[in-house]
Design a protein around this ligand. Structure first.
Ligand SMILES: Nc1ncnc2c1ncn2[C@@H]1O[C@H](COP(=O)(O)OP(=O)(O)OP(=O)(O)O)[C@@H](O)[C@H]1O
Length: 339
């Protein structure tokens, strides 16, 4: 039975088959990452307009709106928000939607082992050489070569100066030492740029600067334990997989399939999530729906549990990659049983 959430839903963007020029959130994320990473090399601005970052399609049910309202509410109270939840539950889409809702420019950062302080705040990008002619005695020319160091600000510096909303995806994948500079940003409203000399070594944080950080809950607990002093300054919003109707709406928004197929996929996704040890996120449901829209449509098999099992085995096999064919067979059996 459809609940209120579905009746009041609002979908931004179109389904994949009806709009080939779609800007899927993955693509949008890539573009944001390109901007953020490229800024170091090219000097391009890592700032994006809020309209550019709104994920498409984006489904808004009561559940989605309520979570986003919590995020934007805490941001209004000037609290950095840490979104924690399992893989593929919709953290990034939610963070980008909340960031877009603020109407301020958005800066995107992706956490990984290579992120250090310089990657956050900026660095010297080599010297700029130029020659100066000095005619100090009539008829005599002296040429002096001058090397001036060029400093390039990286995403955090740009975000705090411009009052942007920083979306720091999977921040717990970065080395905690890189995040020391965040302490004074959140506590004293000042960003220090180690490596930069002179009086502009520090930047005063713009009053509209805000941050949303996301972490996968498994990695958050395990990979790099971030320092307590930093975690103390965030509010944590725990997110989980959406309710059944919201998941259906999300799948429907991404793939053009009859309702009963969408229902079967979401039912299977939720059963697999309960029964299997691997993580089965909403992304897996969308991928299975994309597969089904092709295989079912091409008559490669009637729509039945067997086809559903095959599709989900392909979708989930990468999670056990390298464990051998027997394990994929076991996975197929487990999936068949759960479905
Ligand atoms: N409200 C929504 N409307 C439409 N699609 C959504 C919505 N929420 C999530 N999705 C889709 O679900 C999939 C997973 O979402 P997302 O990438 O945001 O999850 P995540 O929790 O950030 O995943 P990961 O931990 O792997 O980074 C994506 O394909 C995304 O487009």
């Amino acid at each position: 039975m459809a609940d209120d959430a579905s009746r009041k839903r609002k979908v931004r963007g179109r389904k994949i088959r009806s709009d080939q020029s779609r800007k899927e959130s993955r693509k949008a994320k890539k573009e944001l990452a390109r901007k953020a990473n490229g800024s170091e090399r090219t000097g391009d601005s890592p700032l994006s307009d809020p309209e550019e970052v709104t994920p498409e399609p984006f489904v808004e049910t009561d559940a989605v709106r309520s979570l986003r309202g919590r995020i934007t509410g805490w941001l209004e109270a000037n609290q950095p928000v840490h979104l924690i939840g399992p893989t593929g539950c919709g953290k990034t889409a939610l963070a980008l939607s909340a960031a877009a809702e603020r109407g301020r420019p958005v800066v995107w950062l992706n956490g990984d082992d290579a992120v250090d302080t310089a990657a956050l705040v900026g660095d010297h990008a080599g010297g700029e050489r130029y020659k100066e002619d000095d005619r100090f005695v009539g008829g005599v020319t002296k040429q002096t070569e001058i090397v001036r160091e060029r400093w390039v600000d990286n995403p955090l510096s740009v975000a705090v100066r411009e009052g942007a909303t920083l979306v720091y995806n999977e921040f717990s994948r970065s080395d905690p030492a890189a995040h020391n500079v965040l302490l004074s940003v959140f506590e004293e409203g000042v960003l220090e740029r180690p490596g930069k000399r002179g009086e502009d070594r520090t930047i005063d944080v713009h009053p509209e600067f805000r941050a949303i950080l996301t972490s996968n809950d498994v990695e958050y607990a395990g990979v790099h334990r971030q320092q307590d002093a930093l975690l103390d300054r965030f509010v944590g919003v725990q997110v989980d997989y959406y309710d059944e109707e919201t998941e259906r709406e999300i799948v429907r928004a991404h793939v053009d399939l009859p309702d009963e197929r969408v229902e079967a996929i979401v039912d299977a996704t939720r059963a697999l999530r309960d029964d299997l040890e691997i993580v089965v996120g909403t992304r897996a449901a969308i991928t299975a729906a994309k597969g089904l829209s092709v295989f079912d449509g091409q008559g490669n098999g009637e729509f039945n549990d067997e086809l559903l099992t095959k599709v989900f085995t392909d979708v989930l096999a990468p999670k056990i990659a390298g464990e051998g064919a027997d394990d994929v067979d076991d996975l197929r059996t487990e999936i068949g049983e759960a479905i």
